[in-house]
Write a protein that binds this ligand. Structure first.
Ligand SMILES: *Cc1c(COP(=O)(O)O)cnc(C)c1O
Length: 390
């Protein structure tokens, strides 16, 4: 019997090594990685520059403490604020922790507004993590069931529905913030309209609420901009990041702008591991390679090419309801549950995911090349055609 807690239904494969966008199992079989460990492995596997930077940092020092200055953390916060326009960063180790920091900022902000019991507007089909506060914020009963009592202070509205938020604004006096994913990942690759995000920005400004974006999955170049909310030309007050930030080395970040950047005082929040030198070097190197190799623009054009290729080769397949997304965050919605496609793809040497029951999800590493995109389009189209014909 396994001594692992039964938290994941795992596929019967273990990967021994990786090279670029390919992973190799223990028998040496090769797989095209179109998932990147769920939007994590930004630079793919075994990237020489990342490997070199990590080895060098490991040989100097891995961890010190936030009781001391960490120069790599200072440098990384400068870089993140430069590319985002935000003002200050708190470092942690994961996406749920980045959202926890955001939720704590919203509560401090609410109390500063004079609200005794502040609440945060969250959306249906959202995913914000598995800690108690973040699963309470999540718009999926499956994530919450069994863990009641939930954390209080969340008010739920439909996604991409500005009128619903305006209605809450009219009827409630206890709101301090809105928390939204600019592109919902787990919820099925649902892209927020630019007008929706712009409308949220306006309502938040009018009411003095914080606009908080969860870019844990859609941030850091994946959608063809550094950050997905930038498509709408807005600046949030708070932004949560994690997944792709360290190319596989765990690191999360909560960024804040303006008054939100000054809410935390010493003693309000912390993390033992958060932003240690090794994690920060992983993130700094990831950002540097992304910038020098033009990976953000590449995500935009390659993603468009993959969606276009899929549209062409799946033309006439009526089971395909929609092919959507932005950049290298792609969803293919079928008219039926399609979880079995994951194992069929695995057998065919292709790593993909299915979310929200019927949405095939692609989150390839940003180092994908055109010929690899072509292999992906051909292999996946064939699998989908076979699946829906069976
Ligand atoms: C994955 C994810 C999280 C949770 O991140 P963890 O690192 O697993 O805690 C939060 N928000 C979004 C949008 C995510 O995709």
């Amino acid at each position: 019997m396994s001594h692992l807690m039964n938290t994941y239904g795992r596929l019967p494969v273990a990967f021994a090594r990786g090279e670029g966008v390919w992973l190799f199992d223990e028998q040496g079989k090769r797989y095209l990685d179109a998932l990147a460990g769920i939007a994590v492995s930004t630079l793919g596997h075994g990237h020489p520059r990342l490997t070199r930077a990590l080895v060098e940092q490991i040989s100097r020092v891995i961890h010190t403490s936030n009781l001391y200055r960490i120069t790599q953390q200072e440098e990384l916060s400068d870089e993140l604020c430069r590319i985002s326009g935000m003002d200050a960063v708190f470092f942690c180790n994961s996406g749920c922790e980045a959202n926890e920091a955001a939720i704590k900022l919203a509560r401090l902000h609410g109390h500063a507004m004079g609200i005794e019991s502040p609440s945060i507007i969250v959306t249906e089909k959202s995913f914000h993590g598995r800690t108690l506060a973040t699963l309470s914020a999540t718009g999926n009963r499956k994530v919450q069931a069994g863990f009641e009592p939930l954390v209080q202070g969340f008010s739920r509205v439909p996604f991409n529905d500005l009128a619903a938020v305006e209605q809450v604004a009219q009827s409630r006096q206890d709101v301090a913030a809105v928390l939204v994913e600019p592109v919902q990942g787990e919820g099925g690759i649902n892209v927020a309209d630019d007008a929706y995000l712009q409308g949220l920005r306006r309502v938040c400004d009018e009411r003095g609420w914080l606009l908080m974006v969860d870019e844990v999955q859609c941030g850091l170049g994946r959608t063809g901009r550094w950050f997905a909310h930038q498509h709408a030309g807005i600046l949030p007050d708070v932004m949560a990041l994690a997944k792709g930030l360290g190319s596989g080395v765990p690191i999360g970040a909560c960024l804040a702008a303006g008054k939100a950047a000054k809410l935390f005082k010493p003693g309000n929040h912390g993390s033992t591991f958060g932003g240690n030198p090794l994690a920060c070097v992983a993130a700094l190197t990831t950002l540097k390679v992304m910038e020098e190799d033009g990976l953000v623009a590449a995500a935009a054009s390659l993603g468009a090419a993959i969606r276009e290729g899929l549209r062409r080769s799946l033309e006439g397949v009526t089971a395909v309801q929609s092919i959507r997304g932005d950049g290298l965050m792609i969803g293919i919605e079928l008219d039926r549950p399609c979880g079995e496609l994951i194992t069929q793809a695995l057998d065919a040497g292709l790593l993909i995911n299915v979310t929200a029951d019927r949405v095939i999800r692609l989150l390839p590493p940003l180092v994908f090349a055109e010929d690899e995109a072509q292999i992906l389009v051909e292999a996946l189209s064939r699998l989908i055609r076979e699946f829906v014909a069976a």
